[in-house]
Every structure is written in C-alpha cells, then in structure tokens.
Design a protein around this ligand. Structure first.
Ligand SMILES: C[S@@+](CC[C@H](N)C(=O)[O-])C[C@H]1O[C@@H](n2cnc3c(N)ncnc32)[C@H](O)[C@@H]1O
Length: 261
C-alpha cells in the first residue's frame, strides 16, 4: 500500500494485461509491452481474452437462468465488461457475488463497486489456499453454502504453478458446495496450439512474474470430477453455446460448466 492507503501499482500486472487484451483500458506502458510480446509469440488468429470473457458471460447467464443466485468468482480480474454481478442480475436482481483475487489493486477496485452493489464483497485471498476462501468471513457474509453456488474459476488456474495440484484445489472448493451448484472453469489448453507457441508464452509470462501452466483437455476434464458436464461439455470456449458462429478463433482456452448432482 502507498501512503494514501491505496495499493501500489505493480510495474507489471497479469490482471491489467488481461484487461487490456479484452479492450478495457488499464495497462501501464510495461503491461502493454508484455501484451505486445505475447501477441507476437501467440501468432493469434482470434482474441483469446475476449473469447474467454464471452464464455464467462454466457455461462453466468445460463446459471442465473437455472436459478443460481450466488456466485463465488475466484481470480475475478479488474472490472471490465461482462462483470458477473451485472450479467447475473439481469435474471436474478438479488444475486450475491463474492469477488476474490490475490492482487490488491483488483481487490481495491472491486471494494468500491461492492459497497454500492450489495450483496457483494471484494475479498483478498489466494486460490492456492482454497480453504481460506471457503472460511473467509467476507465470503461467508454473502455466500450461503447451504444453497446452490456458481463457482467461477475462469482463466485463473493456468496462472498457478505446476507445484500446486490444480485438481485438488478445484475438488476442495466443489466438495464444499451443495447439490445444484455449478462450476464454470476455463483453462489454457494445448489442444489447438503448437508446443513452441506455449513455450514462448510461458517464458514471457514467467519473466513478468507469474506462473503459466498449460494443461491437456484430459487434465481439465479431471477437474470436473464428480460433476455432470452441461451440454456441449468441455469444448473450446468459443464453442460453448455460442450466440453466433466464430469466424476466427484463437483456440487458447478450453472450458465448460459442471453441475453438482
Ligand atoms: C486472466 S484474469 C481472469 C479474469 C476473469 N476471471 C475472466 O475470466 O475474465 C486472471 C486473474 O486471476 C488473478 N489471479 C492469478 N493468480 C491468482 C491466485 N493465485 N489467487 C487468486 N487470484 C489469482 C489475477 O490477479 C487476475 O486478476
């Protein structure tokens, strides 16, 4: 924190880089330099961030129409378009949202919004310690774990190092949820991209201070263990119940929605 009590802007931030990649202006020149290097390394046909974010919007819309009225959004990212509380409240004006992130700048941004959009909380916590999230008093202030929860883990677990067991993290979280809860998960997957592209990206992301873990579709499927995959199952995010056909797809994120029986 700086002397004004606001979080210091780190030189490079994965949240700001992602936000820039989906067209929400927030990056420093250092963030933009990393984004430029990533674009070059990925040799993109489409826009992976936009495809991921659009998947998140369609999945939350689906959950809210299924009657899910509370959302635990871990690795929430900076406010942008398609924010969970706005999408969910189209169908559930009373929807409760707990926004969780390990970046103080993100938490501060959501704290201001949460204060004006009850029931909502902004929580500083780390997905690598899922029990702390489940037990966090600010999460418990708005999420009732006896009623169905929409758990969001979109574009966050690839930023967790291989030394952390991603499947166990997801299992710990979903085990705490009651029947009728849903998991929305997206992950960078090696289904459509050559290994060299991922290697180039990994080097850039790691030099910017974050881990970068690419996972096979089979490993992502295992993260949905014990859940029933909603149609169309685990697919490239742009193919999950698209509103219109995607002409150019980046093919970076795989994702799906699972329902707890
Ligand atoms: C790529 S953004 C994804 C934003 C949003 N979930 C979406 O799908 O549009 C990743 C976010 O995860 C956060 N993050 C990365 N590692 C994390 C961790 N270990 N615990 C909590 N949040 C994390 C970053 O700070 C960033 O805000």
């Amino acid at each position: 924190m700086n002397e004004a009590g606001r979080p210091k802007r780190r030189r490079i931030s994965s949240a700001r880089i992602y936000n820039e990649s989906i067209g929400a202006r927030s990056g420093t020149s250092a963030d933009l330099a990393v984004l430029g290097a990533l674009d070059e390394a990925m040799q993109l046909r489409g826009m992976p961030g936009v495809e991921n974010r659009s998947f998140l919007v369609r999945a939350v819309d689906y959950l809210a129409r299924q009657g899910v009225g509370q959302f635990l959004d871990i690795g929430v990212g900076l406010p942008a378009w398609g924010n969970v509380y706005q999408v969910a409240r189209r169908h559930r004006p009373d929807a409760a949202v707990a926004c969780v992130d390990h970046d103080l700048e993100v938490v501060a941004a959501w704290r201001e919004i949460a204060a004006e959009h009850e029931p909502m909380r902004s929580v500083y916590a780390d997905v690598r310690r899922p029990r702390e999230i489940l037990e966090h008093p600010e999460v418990r202030a708005v999420i009732d774990f006896d009623r169905p929860v929409g758990l969001l883990l979109t574009a966050v677990l690839h930023l967790v190092g291989v030394e952390h067991d991603q499947r166990k993290i997801v299992r710990t979280l979903t085990d705490a949820l009651p029947s009728g809860s849903h998991l929305v998960l997206s992950h960078v997957s090696d289904q459509r991209q050559p290994a060299e592209a991922f290697e180039r990206v990994r080097r850039i992301v790691e030099s910017a201070g974050s881990a970068f873990t690419v996972t096979s579709p089979g490993q992502v499927a295992e993260m949905f263990g014990g859940l029933e995959l909603v149609e169309p199952g685990l697919v490239m995010v742009e193919d999950w119940r698209p509103v219109r056909a995607t002409r150019r797809s980046a093919g970076w994120y795989i994702g799906g929605v699972g329902r707890k029986p």
